[in-house]
Design a protein. Structure first.
Length: 271
C-alpha cells in the first residue's frame, strides 16, 4: 500500500487526477480501452474538476476510456435528480469526450435487480476488467455501499444501507434521512479488489479513524477498506487532516518513502 500525503483537499484532487491521466496516457497504444472505475459523492468532485481541466487544455482524452460506476440507489431511475447516473452526467461526463455508450452505472430501476447485478459483473469482465478503481472512504471505512460487516469476497449485489450512511447522504435529499433510499446496488469488495489498481481519496478529520483502521489496523470486514492491505497496487491519497489518528511513526515512514508533494508535481512511479 502507498500512502500519499498532501497538504489539503485541493492537492489531493490534483495528485489523483494527474495519476489517473498518467495511467490513461500510458495505455494509449494498446489494443483495448482503459477501464476506469468511478465513485460519486463529495470526495471525487475535486478530482473530476481537475480531469475536466486537463481535457479542456487538450492534455487528456477519454475517447478510449470505458467507465463503470460503483453503485446506484435501488428504485431511482437514471433521470432522477439524486440518481448517481445524473450525478455523473452533471459533474463529469458532460464535460469530457467519453462515448456515452462506454459509461456504465448500475440500473437502479431494473425490473430484476439481482439479474442487473449479475449483468454488471459480466459487463466488467467483458471489458477486460477494471484497470483502475477510483474511490472515496466512508467515515466508517466503507467503500462504495459496502457497509461494515460486508464480506471481503462480495460481488455486485443489493445492499441495505446503514442509518449512518443514510444520515450522511440526507444532505442530498433535503436533509431528511427517511427520503434516502434504504437499499442500493453496489459493486462488491471482491469486485474492487479485482481491479489492477485501486486509488482511494481521503480528506478531512472525519476520515481519520477510518484511515487509521485501513492503514494500521488488521484486516477486518468491520472496516471494509482494510481490504487494501492485501491489494498489490493500492494507493490512498490523503490530506493532513485525515492523518489525525495515525501514529507519528507511521506518518514519518510514508513521508520518507514518498517525500513531499510539490504543487503541480507529477506522481512518482511504482513502489
Amino acid at each position: 500500500m502507498r500512502l500519499i500525503i498532501c497538504r489539503d483537499y485541493a492537492q489531493v484532487s490534483g495528485w489523483a487526477a494527474r495519476y489517473i491521466a498518467k495511467r490513461i496516457k500510458e495505455t494509449a497504444g494498446r489494443d483495448r480501452p482503459f477501464v476506469l472505475g468511478l465513485p460519486t459523492g463529495s470526495s471525487p468532485l475535486g478530482t473530476y474538476r481537475e480531469l475536466i481541466d486537463l481535457h479542456r487544455k487538450g492534455e487528456l482524452s477519454f475517447s478510449r476510456v470505458i467507465s463503470f460506476n460503483m453503485d446506484e440507489y435501488l428504485g431511482l431511475p437514471a433521470g432522477h435528480p439524486q440518481s448517481y447516473r445524473r450525478f455523473m452526467e452533471d459533474n463529469f461526463f458532460h464535460a469530457i469526450d467519453i462515448d456515452p455508450k462506454n459509461t456504465h452505472v448500475p440500473d437502479g430501476s431494473a425490473p430484476d435487480p439481482e439479474a442487473e447485478c449479475r449483468s454488471y459483473e459480466e459487463a466488467i469482465a467483458a471489458a477486460g476488467g477494471i484497470d483502475l478503481f477510483l474511490g472515496g472512504m466512508g467515515s466508517d471505512g466503507h467503500i462504495a455501499f459496502n457497509e461494515p460487516g460486508s464480506s471481503l469476497q462480495s460481488r455486485t449485489r443489493i445492499k441495505t444501507l446503514t442509518t449512518e450512511t443514510r444520515r450522511a447522504n440526507a444532505r442530498f435529499f433535503g436533509g431528511d434521512p427517511e427520503k434516502v433510499p434504504p437499499t442500493a446496488l453496489t459493486v462488491g469488495i471482491g469486485t474492487v479488489m479485482d481491479a489492477r489498481e485501486v486509488l482511494i481519496i481521503a480528506s478531512g478529520y472525519a476520515k481519520a479513524r477510518a484511515l487509521k483502521a485501513a492503514v494500521e489496523g488488521g484486516l477486518s470486514h468491520w472496516w471494509p477498506l482494510s481490504c487494501l492491505q492485501t491489494h498489490p497496487k493500492a494507493i490512498i491519497v490523503c490530506d493532513e487532516e485525515a492523518l489525525d489518528e495515525l501514529r507519528v511513526g507511521t506518518v514519518r515512514y510514508f513521508k520518507s518513502l514518498e517525500g513531499p508533494v510539490p504543487e503541480g508535481s507529477n506522481p512518482k512511479g511504482e513502489r
